[in-house]
Design a binder for this molecule. Structure first.
Ligand code: CP
Length: 302
């Protein structure tokens, strides 16, 4: 599961249907299933994470897997061991599934070529974050009953966002109209080639939007490039009540997290009645259960 790119529309719908079932399992008192009993899942995160790592751990445990969170900060990566040598070393321990987050685009695919088990991309550089896009789609579908025909505005630092890229591919495949809004310095060259409408004004881009997806300003990836001032950025691109009023009256607000309150989103909007942000976190566990269950069908001796 290296990206949304390469999945068919049927794959996407099947994963969302499986995730719907996982929501029901997760809401029961007894949450344990046996799908991954006897299997070993390794979470290998080279970048910080709160939501993705913990939800993959919970998802694996709910499905009965033995889950090992590898602490990269105290591993031999710190002594100079390469990604490939780390992968070969872990592979020798015979895991069934490795979940990987890495700061470089393409690193997860490279690792997948060196191991014999299933690999899931938990975010690689600015490339893809497939399970985030799936949980976003699940959240929208459960709340709106459909994705087809909805206008989804993805706003902010599109340039550095793997979430934006995966969502653009997934939401368009499922029939949404996707808009990208941001300062021209944070819009990737050729973004219009992905079939989205592009805006540099929140007022114009949010007009008629059903869903507003805010993105974090990824200052840690802006080495050497233009870094906007927080005050200016919030004034023009931060989602506050006034900018929210440009969208449809019942527009829903999303954010993959982590949020920087007062930078890309105002606290009253993030915590307001139109916000789906906490629901997104719940859907994260369900989607990760669905992805692990789908992979389990392809594990040897399944
Ligand atoms: N949305 C997301 O990937 O959050 P984390 O970085 O906390 O995993």
């Amino acid at each position: 599961m290296l990206g949304i790119e390469g999945l068919s529309r049927l794959d996407m719908q099947l994963l969302l249907d499986m995730a719907d079932e996982a929501v029901e399992v997760s809401r029961q008192v007894e949450k344990k299933k046996t799908t991954l009993r006897g299997r070993t899942q390794v979470n290998l995160f080279f970048e910080p994470s709160t939501r993705t790592q913990s939800s993959f751990e919970i998802a694996g445990k709910r499905l009965g897997a033995d889950v090992m969170n590898m602490s990269v900060g105290s591993s031999s990566v710190k002594k100079g061991e390469t990604l490939i040598d780390t992968a070969i070393t872990l592979n020798a321990m015979r895991p069934d599934i490795i979940i990987v987050r890495h700061h470089q685009a393409g690193a997860v695919k490279l690792l997948a070529q060196k191991v014999e088990c299933s690999v899931v991309n938990a975010g690689d550089g600015a490339h893809e974050h497939p399970t985030q896009a799936l949980l976003d789609a699940l959240t929208i579908r459960r709340r709106r009953g459909r994705i087809e025909g909805l206008v989804v505005a993805i706003c902010g630092d599109i340039l550095h966002s793997r979430v934006a890229r995966s969502n653009i591919i997934l939401l368009q495949a499922l029939g949404a109209r996707v808009r990208c809004i941001g300062p021209s310095t944070l819009l990737p060259a050729g973004i219009a080639g992905l079939g989205v409408e592009v805006f540099t004004s929140m007022r114009e881009g949010l007009a008629g939007a059903d869903i507003i997806m805010m993105l974090r300003l990824q200052r840690e990836r802006m080495n050497g490039s233009f870094v906007p001032s927080v005050k200016e950025y919030f004034r023009f691109f931060g989602l506050d009540e006034e900018k929210l009023s440009y969208a449809k009256p019942d527009a829903l607000v999303m954010h993959p997290g982590p949020m920087n309150r007062g930078v890309e989103i105002a606290s009253d909007v993030a915590d307001g009645a139109q916000s789906l942000i906490r629901e997104q976190v719940e859907m994260g566990v369900a989607v990760r259960m669905a992805v692990l269950e789908a992979l389990a069908r392809h594990l040897p001796n399944s």
